[in-house]
Every structure is written in structure tokens, then in C-alpha cells.
Ligand binder design. Structure first.
Ligand code: MTE
Length: 307
């Protein structure tokens, strides 16, 4: 394995065709929308992608005012109140561990050349509420392929920024900081798994995990780690924040499963945020409705044991 490089490395060092794109445009996903026609030539205008749901998206207001982002506090309204304090530019991601080309990559270089699409995904929180969110993002597989995954890698570990001066929740022991998450390599490589840089055609709002976060739509929302600064390819299953906080309640897999209740509440149904006080709860679907795409990843596994 090569030693991780600590100096700033850009894709131009590892890919011949790197072209610098305007950072804000890149973050907004404009390469996929056609505003940068000259540079993003060949990309479809406002590509919906084959995986989007046709359910009505939640409003921008709902998606940005009811959040979980413990780095800014434990209440749903804390992120919208306090996440403006987060500096998201400059931003880099260290990609390390069992990869061919480890390094610290500037965000623009991470995003450059990736196929940014709009994906309208169902999003199911472990707390039994749900939303429909029009993300902008690219497949994590595209990034992992580019850095080169070594054959011995079996898992991908993710880490959020640790900056208590800007993230006031990190001054409190709400969780062990920094927030960490992980996926099995085949889950990480699945085309549904996104690195999201925005929503509703705009840059990612800070409270939703600016400037870049993971989105894994068939798993409970806490797997979708926000404001990612480090990605490590590993041979062993990595620790995850909620499992570390309470292993009985939160497993590594955390696939949405109406048949496996949380020890303190049912997961059989969910409340769609914004549905109104008297809206009927709706049944939760296995794998959050993405079973056709992902159930095969877990063939032969006891999902009550590997929850
Ligand atoms: N990522 C970080 N770094 N910190 C968090 O507290 N909360 C998780 C997940 N990612 C969280 C996080 C949880 S519990 C959920 S439900 C989703 O983010 C919420 O994403 P949203 O606010 O964009 O809907």
C-alpha cells in the first residue's frame, strides 16, 4: 500500500483530462443541467436519472427546516438556526486507506467530471418520519473507481468535519465526535448511492450537509453522513456513530425494514413530513421501496440479526 499523501493533490495529478470548473457551478450541479454547455457538453439537460421516484417532493422549506445534524444541536430546528456558521469553502476530502491514489483532494477536483444528476429519492429517518428529496449528486462509485479501490478493500468509512468553533453541537457530548459512518463496499458501489452536492437545483444548504454528503436511500437516514471530509477504504467493518452510541438500537446495516422494529418504537409505518397533523401514516416499505434494486446485496443474510 502506498503511503497516504498529505500534500494537496488534485485530479490533474492523477487524471490527464482535468479541466477546472467554476466551483459554485460545480457544487450546484450545473454541469448536469446544461448551464455550462461548453464544458459539460454531452450531458443531458436536467437529467432525472432512472432511479427517481415520481412521488411529490417535499418543499424546499420542509427539507431545510426539519433536520438532524447533531453537530449543530439535537433539535430539528437547530441546524437551520446555526449551520450558517459553517465555512464550506475551501473544502477538501482526504481519500485514504486501501486505494491506489490516496490524497487530499479539493472539492472541485472531487466533483470535476462526475456525472451530476437530479435524483428524487424517498428518505426515511429511523425516527419514523420520511420525506421525498430532489437531490443533486453523482454516484459514489464514480469517485471510488477514480481513486482505485485495492482488492483487499471490503468497506468504506466516512467522516464528518470536526470544527467545534463553527459546529456548536460539537462542544457538547451529544455523540462522540467526529460523526462517522460506513458502508460495505458493494453498498458503496451501488448506483443508488450518491455523493450529493445540492438539492432543488441549488448548492447543498448548510443544514443538509454542505458542501457534500452521502445519500443511501434504502437505509435509515443516519447512514447518510453530512459534510464529509474523509473517506477511508478498509478491510474491516468500520465503527459508526449511532452504533457506538447505542449498539442495541442501531446496527451497522440499518436497512429500512418494516419487519424489524426499533426497540422503542415500530418501524412498520411512517409520517411523511408536511402531510399535516391529520395525515394518515403510510406503510414503510422493505428497503424503503428500493428492494428490487438492492435486496440482492443481502441474499442469505438474516436481516433481523444484521439490522
Ligand atoms: N450527519 C452528520 N454529520 N451528523 C448528523 O447528526 N444526522 C443523520 C444524517 N446525517 C447526521 C448526519 C440523520 S439522523 C438523518 S435523519 C439525516 O442526516 C438527516 O438529513 P436531512 O437533515 O438532510 O434530512
Amino acid at each position: 500500500m502506498r503511503r497516504a499523501q498529505t500534500s494537496k493533490l488534485t485530479w490533474s495529478d492523477v487524471t490527464p483530462e482535468a479541466t477546472y470548473l467554476n466551483r459554485r457551478a460545480v457544487l450546484a450541479g450545473l454541469t448536469g443541467i446544461g448551464a455550462l454547455g461548453a464544458i459539460g457538453a454531452g450531458l443531458p439537460a436536467h437529467a432525472a436519472g432512472p432511479y427517481s421516484t415520481d412521488e411529490a417532493p417535499n418543499t424546499f422549506e420542509e427539507i431545510t427546516s426539519y433536520n438532524n445534524f447533531y453537530e449543530f444541536g439535537a433539535n430539528k430546528t437547530d441546524p437551520a438556526k446555526y449551520a450558517h456558521a459553517l465555512t464550506t469553502d475551501p473544502w477538501s476530502i482526504e481519500i485514504t486507506g486501501l486505494v491506489e491514489r490516496p490524497g487530499t483532494y479539493d472539492l472541485a477536483d472531487v466533483v470535476q467530471g462526475q456525472d451530476i444528476q437530479e435524483r428524487i429519492y424517498r428518505f426515511r429517518c429511523v425516527e419514523a418520519w420520511s420525506m421525498v428529496i430532489p437531490w443533486l449528486g453523482f454516484e459514489l462509485a464514480g469517485l471510488l473507481t477514480r481513486v482505485g479501490v485495492q482488492p483487499s478493500a471490503k468497506y468504506v468509512a466516512f467522516e464528518t468535519l470536526h470544527r467545534p468553533e463553527e459546529m456548536r453541537g460539537q462542544k457538547m457530548p451529544l455523540l462522540k465526535w467526529p460523526y462517522v459512518e460506513g458502508l460495505r463496499l458493494d453498498e458503496a458501489m451501488h448506483p443508488l448511492t450518491l455523493m450529493a452536492t445540492g438539492l432543488y437545483g441549488k448548492d447543498m444548504p448548510n443544514q443538509n450537509g454542505a458542501p457534500i454528503r452521502l445519500v443511501v436511500p434504502w437505509k435509515y437516514g443516519f447512514k447518510s453522513i453530512k459534510s464529509v471530509v474523509k473517506i477511508t477504504l478498509t478491510a474491516e467493518e468500520p465503527p459508526t456513530s449511532w452504533n457506538r452510541a447505542n449498539a442495541r438500537e442501531y446496527g451497522f446495516y440499518s436497512n429500512v425494514n418494516p419487519d424489524v422494529d426499533h426497540p422503542r418504537w415500530s418501524q412498520a409505518s411512517e409520517r411523511r413530513v408536511g402531510g399535516g397533523l391529520f395525515a394518515k401514516r403510510q406503510p414503510t416499505l422493505p428497503f424503503n421501496g428500493y428492494g428490487e434494486e438492492v435486496a440482492g446485496l443481502y441474499e442469505g443474510m438474516d436481516l433481523a440479526k444484521y439490522y
